[in-house]
Write a protein that binds this ligand. Structure first.
Ligand code: GTP
Ligand code: MG
Length: 201
């Protein structure tokens, strides 16, 4: 995908602050520090569009980015980081759930997992919740560069087994080597262009 423009639009915590829902939108979700913001930077080929950090809990607001004047990317705050205050953790769920359930132009949620860890209860809850709400979901396993090819395959199988899906449904990604960037872009572009489900024959 050729990126002609990528710009920060706004940060929000509640619907009144969201930008108008006039572009196909993709949200990126996953545990704190899993690599959500880095993945967005890789997709848009900008090293610093989105702030990343080795300290978990960096992204605390819902951040909107306009890409190629055609799509909106939404960086969601991460979940499951214990050292973020309890108050903040309690804020996370309603904020993110309200965004996902009420956003009419949301095409899919990209759920990001770390290749070195099997999905935990928080990941499972998010996936179940998306399924229950009929929100399309794209599964990505990132930080692939941290493991050898053999270990990557082994972990991919473990993760797919834990989620009871086919490993072929998971995109292997690395913000470092850009592995999986083209594959993920293809899915996002196809999904953005697909007619809404209720308009299909
Ligand atoms: P929060 O906003 O805190 O929830 O984190 P995040 O999910 O946005 O993670 P972020 O992109 O900030 O990355 C967290 C750390 O992981 C940073 O130190 C990144 O450099 C590193 N990182 C992210 N993706 C990759 C990757 O594909 N490979 C490697 N080796 N490191 C990565
Ligand atoms: Mg982040």
């Amino acid at each position: 995908m050729m990126i002609t423009s990528a710009e920060f639009v706004t940060s929000a915590v509640r619907p009144a602050q969201f930008p108008p829902p006039d572009l196909p939108e993709f949200a990126f979700a996953g545990r704190s520090n899993v690599g959500k913001s880095s993945l967005i930077n890789t997709l848009v080929s900008r090293r610093k569009l989105v702030q990343t950090s080795s300290t978990p809990g960096k992204t605390r607001l819902i951040n909107f980015f306009r890409v190629n004047e055609a799509l909106m990317f939404v960086d969601l705050p991460g979940y499951g980081y214990a050292r973020v205050s309890e108050e903040e953790r309690l804020r996370w769920r309603p904020m993110v759930e309200q965004y996902i359930s009420g956003r009419e132009n949301l095409k899919a949620v990209v759920v990001i997992l770390d290749i070195r860890r099997t999905p935990n209860a928080d990941d499972g809850q998010l996936l179940q919740w998306l399924e229950h709400r009929d929100v399309p979901c794209v599964l990505v396993v990132t930080k692939a560069d941290k493991l050898s090819k053999t270990a990557q395959r082994k972990q991919l199988t473990l993760i797919a087994d834990a989620l009871e899906i086919d490993p072929g449904e998971i995109i292997l990604f690395s913000a470092k080597s850009r592995l999986g960037r083209d594959a993920l872009w293809k899915i996002l572009a196809d999904t953005a262009l697909a007619p809404p489900e209720d308009e299909r024959a």
